[in-house]
Design a protein. Sequence first.
Length: 312
Amino acid sequence: MLKYLFYLTLSLLLFSACDKEEKVFATENMLDWFVIEKKSGEVNQLIYSIYTNDNMPIFVNDTIHQGSDRVDHFGNPIKDLVLFEPGYHIFSTDIFVSIKISSDSAAMLKALHAIQEKVLPRLPKSGIYRPSSILLVDTLYKGFSDLNTRIWGEVAIYPESLKGVTIGELHKLPDMTDEELNIWACRILAAKSKSWIQANYDKGVETFSEITDEGLWFGSNYNKNVGLYPMESPEQQSFFRWVSLLKDGKGYRSPSIEEDLIEYITYFYAYRGREDELKEKYKDYPKILRKFDLVKTWVEAFEEFLKKNKQF
C-alpha cells in the first residue's frame, strides 16, 4: 500500500511540475546567450546595430559566448562557453546537422543587409513565431538516412533549433542574383510560419503532399535520392528545386514534406505583390500552381493570426 502511495505522490509532483508553461526564465547569475556586445569591425558593427535597433541577435560564429568572469565557491574561475547548436531541441539534439563557419566578410555583409531589408520588417514583433536568433554559416550540412547508412548533403536552412534559425549558403552569396538573394532571405521568414501552418492546417498539408504524389503508382516523390542526372526536373515533380546536393557524387535529394512546405512559403514571400510573374514562370507545371495557391491561403491566415494577437 505504501508503495502505491509513493508512486501516486510522485506522479502528482511530476504532473504539477509539467503543468506550468515551458518557459526558461533567467536568474541574476544566469548568462543571457543572446546579448550582442559592441565590437570593432564592419560586420560586428552592423550586427550590433541590428541587435539594438531591431532586437534580433545574429551570429556568424557558433561560439556565442566565451568568458571566465565568474568564480566557484573556492574562488576558481568558471570558464563559460556557450555554443549555438543548430540541432538543439528541448529534450534532445539532432546530431546529424553540421556547419562550416564563414570567413568571408563581404558575404556576411551582403547577408546582413539582405536580412535587414527583406526579413526583419516582415517578422512578428514578438512571440514564438519570431526566431530567437539567426546563425549565418558558410555551409550547412544535414545527414540523410539511406538504406541503413547516413549520407550528408548541403542544405539551405535548418529552422528547428531552440537557439534560433541556421541559414547557410554564404559561399554562394557573392554570385547570387538579386532574385536568388531575395529567395535566400525569405527562407528565414518561412522557418517559423511553417510550424503554425502544420499545427493549424494538418489536413491541408496532407492535401499538399497528395498533390505532389499524384500520378504515382507507388511510393512518393518525397525524401528520395534522384541521382546526378534525374529523369525528371524538380519542377516536374512539383518542387521548386532539389533540396540538397549530396556529398561524394551521390547526386541530388528531393525534399521532405516539411522542406517542401518551407520552400513554398519562401516563394510566396519572395514573389509577394508579383505573383503573376511566378504563375507565368511555372505555367507549365500545374501542380506547382495548385500547391502555391494552398500555401498562399495559409500564410495569409497566419498573418491574420499575428495581427489579431498584436504580434505584427
